[in-house]
Design a protein around this ligand. Sequence first.
Ligand SMILES: [Zn+2]
Length: 243
Amino acid sequence: MKETKNIKGYVIRVSPYKEYDAMVTILSEEGLFSFSGRGIKKNTSKNFASCQPLCFSSFQLTSTGTSYSLKESKLLSSSPDYSSFEKAISLSIIEELSGKIIKDDDCEVAYEWLGSILNSLNSGLDALSMTLIYFAQLIKINGYGLNVSSCIHCGGKKNIVGVDYINGGFVCERCADKNTVIYNPETLKTVRYIFMCGLTNYKQAKFDTEICYKLIIDLSIFLEDTLGFKLKSVETIKTMLKY
Ligand SMILES: [Zn+2]
């Protein structure tokens, strides 16, 4: 007997396996969920728009033995806005991060953050600042949050000069060593903010653009060192800024 399932969620990964077919992974309130979508890559498909990355949609699925396939889907949010370079690069980072580092255990918090961040982007808040916050929060959800309240070596709160990503937090002038990435005070303030803020108070954030790019690159290097994968979307920024 065919089983039907109705589920709502954000499309976080679309992996094509034939010219027009793709596996779709969504982040839902219930967790991560994957299904195959036949013909969804064809722009005449009735399911084309609702299966685009970062769209919030409802899906009607049928079970075929051990896996699910898409019967019908409906777009429930407005489509992401790719109208400027910053918005486009932000969305591609958000998509890649969501598809790569959200684990089953982290779904509940990640779901709330993704929804909130996408709403913030749609309502015109600064795309790069929102992306940087989302990046830090996903790292935190993943269990790799940084200690940004005092020096990780001596516990001192004065003369913080940089971040030791490998050992997980702020470092003071006295304790700085070869693992310390030295930052100026405004960058340090930004690092502190992105790891400390919560869902209720992050929306007033508007960071300097250069600092955003710099920290997005540094967080991606950190991710590569700890989890072992490169973010292609960040490579684009590196090329552009000649890092
Ligand atoms: Zn210290």
